[in-house]
Ligand binder design. Structure first.
Ligand code: DAH
Length: 359
């Protein structure tokens, strides 16, 4: 093989082996650049005799053309491979929405909780919270529900294996009433709070889910009586349902943590097969309430001679169903996007008393 032939196969081999456009460019410079091997060879033509030039000229020019063509074809191949790689990796999902507007809605339960906070804030109440995993003392004992009390069995409690310092099983709170206890223990009266939150009982049908929501109300002050309770509930429910004709009926009842206790019914009528609150045509039970039992006040380290109060507990899911017309509680927690789109609230639809709490 002549020098020229071996040089040619060497250069062409390296061009073919160039793995990317950078390596190919380096090969181009080393062959065709100013100091390149082929360029150097072309320069030798000047010092040749006419006969030599006639013989060597076409071979050297031929080599240059071969190398130029090989570079161009390798370049095209590398660019095509690069495009293939990009097409395979840089995918564009054509099914994505074109414009990313606000996504999702506010769940009716969250919306109602905001409405409650707004209504009660206007009456001087603040929002208190407590843990969902409770101990026996806060959920039962301090609320005047001792170990042997039948009310414990009625609560269908979810217990944990883990026990508290007294050796009693921890539990998922069965109502928001333990927040009353935590608030009285931790704060000095006067106390005006509501405590909305999740509660748990082992129960499931169209109107019961194992997790549900309650709002607790608690007032502890001097000289508080049932009249304050009734006024507060009436004011709350008129604002919540946005109707002035809300009528309440207090029925004597029993709760271990209140004395006297009253169950509160609200009047409604049936229009086109739907319950419409207002008036006193029919009654439905809405919440439990009463004057805080002296034993409960005492358990929290306060003197019941000095401090009295009232409390109430109400299902939030029920409030939402009545106001916004849903009839199956289970759908609240299915996470079905169609339900949420239909019943959910826009993110900026913040309830205000001036704008209407249900706006
Ligand atoms: N904790 C009760 C329940 O879950 C509801 C309740 C009734 C709360 C009367 C109260 C009350 O604060 O005074 O069934």
């Amino acid at each position: 093989m002549s020098d020229l032939e071996s040089m040619s196969s060497d250069i062409l081999g390296r061009i073919e082996a160039a793995g990317d456009l950078g390596a190919l460019e380096a090969e181009r410079v080393s062959a065709l650049g100013k100091q390149g091997a082929v360029t150097q060879l072309l320069k030798t033509l000047g010092s040749m005799t006419p006969e030599q030039r006639q013989a060597e000229g076409p071979r050297i020019h031929g080599l240059r053309e071969q190398v130029t063509a090989a570079i161009a074809s390798r370049k095209a191949a590398l660019e095509a491979a690069e495009l293939e790689r990009k097409l395979a990796t840089e995918m564009l999902d054509m099914t994505l929405p074109v414009r990313a507007g606000p996504q999702g809605t506010v769940h009716p339960v969250s919306q109602v909780m905001d409405e409650l906070a707004e209504i009660f804030a206007d009456m001087g109440f603040s929002v208190a919270t407590g843990p969902e995993i409770e101990d026996d003392w806060h959920n039962f004992t301090a609320l005047n529900i001792p170990e042997s009390h039948p009310a414990r069995a009625m609560h269908d409690t979810f217990y944990f294996d883990r026990t508290d310092a007294d050796g009693r099983k921890m539990l998922l709170r069965t109502h928001t009433s333990p927040v009353q206890i935590r608030t009285m223990v931790n704060r000095k009266p006067p106390i005006y709070i509501i405590a909305p939150g999740r509660t748990y009982r082992s129960d499931s049908d169209a109107t019961h889910t194992p997790m549900f929501h309650q709002v607790e109300g608690l007032v502890i002050d001097r000289g508080i009586h049932l009249g304050h309770l009734k006024w507060t509930l009436e004011t709350f429910l008129k604002a919540y349902f946005e109707r002035d004709d809300i009528v309440l009926r207090l029925r004597p009842s029993y709760f271990p943590f209140t004395e006297p206790s009253a169950e509160v019914d609200v009047g409604y009528t049936v229009q086109d097969g739907r319950r419409v609150l207002g008036g006193s045509d029919k009654w439905m039970e809405l919440l439990g309430s009463g004057m805080v039992h002296p034993k409960v006040i005492e358990a929290c380290g306060l003197d019941p001679e000095e401090w009295q109060g009232f409390a109430f507990g109400c299902g939030i899911d029920r409030l939402a169903m009545l106001k916004y017309g849903m009839d199956d509680l289970r759908a609240f927690f299915d996470g079905d996007i169609r339900w949420l789109k239909h019943y959910g609230f826009a993110a900026l639809d913040v309830p205000t008393l001036s704008g209407g709490v249900g706006a």
